[in-house]
Design a protein around this ligand. Structure first.
Ligand code: KIV
Ligand code: ZN
Length: 503
């Protein structure tokens, strides 16, 4: 096969990451974008884990028709039944069954012996096969499993009907050369392996997830499991954009294609970061803010003369818009619409009008409105759609003498204006307390961070806050040139998400 199948697990392993919490609509929005990106398989979730996960997998299976939709299941009948129930409406359903195979896991987690695991594999892969022909099997912690035993379990999975065999480096423990040898061993020692697709699923604990995945591809693996921005358990998974762009940029070496429309990468990365609340580090390969930015004069000179001198990829191939045009307060509706289209947004008239009003307000405060500002405005406007409470006004007084005080006006669901005021240890504390007096939902603030999205003293500040209620985390975001306003917006956004989820 001259194609590498891209299996995206952003909505399962990625969402599993500490602090990640997406609601139903957000998962569907990401799934639709993944389909547009051209991923072959979307692992939409782990249906047995919660009713919310089940519902989102089911909805994605019904709505997203262009990719295979996969549901994860442990090797037991309840998990598999539930996974099938969630994905049976998909155009192309896949069940992914996993069981630990390393002695460490067998002894300390499953408390079963090797023979019991072999039997379980045979029975549960066959059970899943009773539902659909497309079955993937993963021996969890494969890279720390004795190879001879790994070959046995894979052979049994094939005999029972698995057609994709996934080799997870669950703990991100493997080193490329060693992982490559394991893959060679599998191809050489597992009868029937040639009839299957061999896949890898690498974690990034040692920062080697992409390197291990690519090494496996060099040895014949034809499916890579990955996530957008590399999000996932602990240090995350192999990053989709890095794997795909490595294959594309070094086609001379790999001679392999993927079905990915790379021009959708940047948009997908921004969307996942925005909705999960996991920001992308600025030096992150492919999608980081500095990935295509040249500071050194020698490099800048070279790029101007001939981009290939210091750029191995054209930023346009990953969908990073060329920012030759900077908008300002004289820019009109037409210019904004064009810029939005270049950034990949097509907004309904009503949404566009709101973004345009926000753009005009921003352009009054800020000389140059950049692409990042525009993305932030769109995100901010999208957050205000279907709000339970809307932050209407906020006023704070603070300093090193008086007691920080905040007064807020919030519009409730019925359109009524609700106002209150509070004192706090600082302006953000006072603002949150004033909001609490109106919204009255007990919660704990577990994370608060603020960052400027562009340079300059007039930049927009983006605030992320996470709150916890009944053991569930809700992420809120807010953006404004005034960081106290941005903080209050982020808090109201988190409360809205909490209230919507509880409803
Ligand atoms: O990391 C892992 O082993 C997994 C499996 C469920 C494939 O996520
Ligand atoms: Zn994993």
């Amino acid at each position: 096969m001259d194609k590498v199948i891209i299996f995206d697990t952003t909505l399962r392993d990625g969402e599993q990451a500490a602090g990640g919490s997406l609601n139903l609509n957000e998962k569907l929005e990401i799934a639709r974008q993944l389909e547009k990106l051209g991923v072959d398989i979307i692992e939409a979730g782990f249906p047995i884990t919660s009713p919310g996960d089940f519902e989102s997998v089911k909805l994605i299976a019904q709505e997203v028709r262009g990719s295979i939709i996969c549901g994860l299941a442990r090797a037991n009948p309840n998990d598999i039944d539930r996974a099938w129930e969630a994905i049976e409406g998909a155009a192309y359903p896949r069940i992914h069954v996993f069981v630990s195979s390393s002695d460490i896991h067998l002894m300390h987690v499953l408390k079963k012996n090797r023979d019991e695991i072999l039997q379980l594999t045979r029975d549960m892969v066959a059970w899943a096969k009773g539902y659909t022909d497309d079955i993937e099997f993963s021996p969890m912690d494969a890279s720390r499993t004795e190879p001879a035993y790994l070959y046995q379990i894979l052979q049994i999975a094939i005999e029972a009907g698995a057609n994709t065999l996934n080799i997870p480096d669950t703990m991100g423990y493997a080193i490329p050369e060693e992982f490559g040898r394991l893959i060679d061993g599998i191809f050489q020692n597992v009868p029937g392996i040639e009839k299957t697709v061999v896949s890898v699923h690498c974690h990034n604990d040692l920062g080697l997830a992409v390197a291990n995945s690519l090494e496996a591809v060099r040895r014949g693996v034809r499916q890579v499991e990955c996530t957008i921005n590399g999000i996932g358990e602990r240090a995350g998974n192999a990053s989709l954009e890095e794997v795909v762009m490595a294959l594309k940029t070094r086609r001379d070496l790999f001679d392999l294609d993927t079905g990915i429309d790379t021009r959708q990468i940047y948009k997908t990365s921004r969307m996942v970061s925005e909705l999960t609340g996991f920001s992308v580090q600025s030096n992150k390969a492919i999608v980081g803010a500095n990935a295509f930015r040249h500071e050194s004069g020698i490099h800048q000179d070279g790029v101007i003369k001939m981009p290939i001198t210091f750029e191995i990829m054209d930023p346009k191939t990953v969908g990073i818009p060329s920012s030759s045009l900077v908008l300002g307060k004289l820019s009109g509706r037409h210019a904004l619409r064009e810029r939005l289209a270049e950034l990949g947004y097509s907004l309904e008239d009503e949404d566009f009008n709101r973004v345009f009003r926000a753009f005009k307000e921003l352009a009054d405060k800020k000389k140059e409105v950049t692409d990042r500002d525009i993305e932030s405005l769109v995100a901010e406007e999208q957050r205000t759609v279907s709000e339970v409470y809307h932050l209407d006004r906020i006023q704070v007084s603070c300093g090193d003498r008086g007691i920080p005080t905040a007064s807020v006006v919030i519009t409730g669901l019925g359109g009524e204006a609700l106002s209150d005021a509070a004192l706090g240890s600082g302006p953000v504390d006072a603002a949150f307390k004033a909001i609490d007096k109106i919204v009255k939902v007990p919660n704990t603030l577990t994370e608060f961070s603020i960052k400027s999205i562009t340079e300059g003293i007039d930049a927009i500040g983006e605030v992320l806050c996470r709150i916890e209620s009944d053991g569930v985390t809700y992420t809120g975001r807010g953006a404004d040139t005034d960081i106290i306003v941005a903080s209050a917006k982020a808090y109201v956004n988190a409360l809205n998400r909490l209230l919507t989820a509880k409803k």
